[in-house]
Design a protein. Structure first.
Length: 94
């Protein structure tokens, strides 16, 4: 997730959306959805054009971790860690 966010940090909102639409990483879809939501909120509440917005701050933090077990040979079990993350986006007008 952090590698995808690092690609778009500091860029214009329209440029970041273009980069994420063609990025092949799985996390790109979630980051794209988050930025589209932030742009829609800015347009609705502030009446700001997309061309004037840029990503002032975008941060990925660690979220809750689910711990699961998978059966292995000889009656053993190995832990599977399913990580999640929290994303926060802050847009600003140029």
């Amino acid at each position: 997730m952090r590698s995808v966010v690092n690609m778009v940090r500091g860029k214009g909102a329209d440029e970041a959306l273009g980069i994420l639409r063609f990025c092949r990483r799985r996390a790109a879809g979630n980051v794209l959805k988050m930025i589209e939501s932030a742009v829609a909120n800015a347009k609705q509440k502030g009446g700001i054009a997309i061309e004037n917005l840029y990503l002032k701050e975008i941060v990925v933090g660690q979220g809750p971790i689910m711990k699961r077990w998978r059966a292995r040979s000889r009656g053993m079990a190995h832990r599977i860690i399913k990580r999640s993350s929290h994303i926060s986006v802050e847009l600003e007008e140029r």
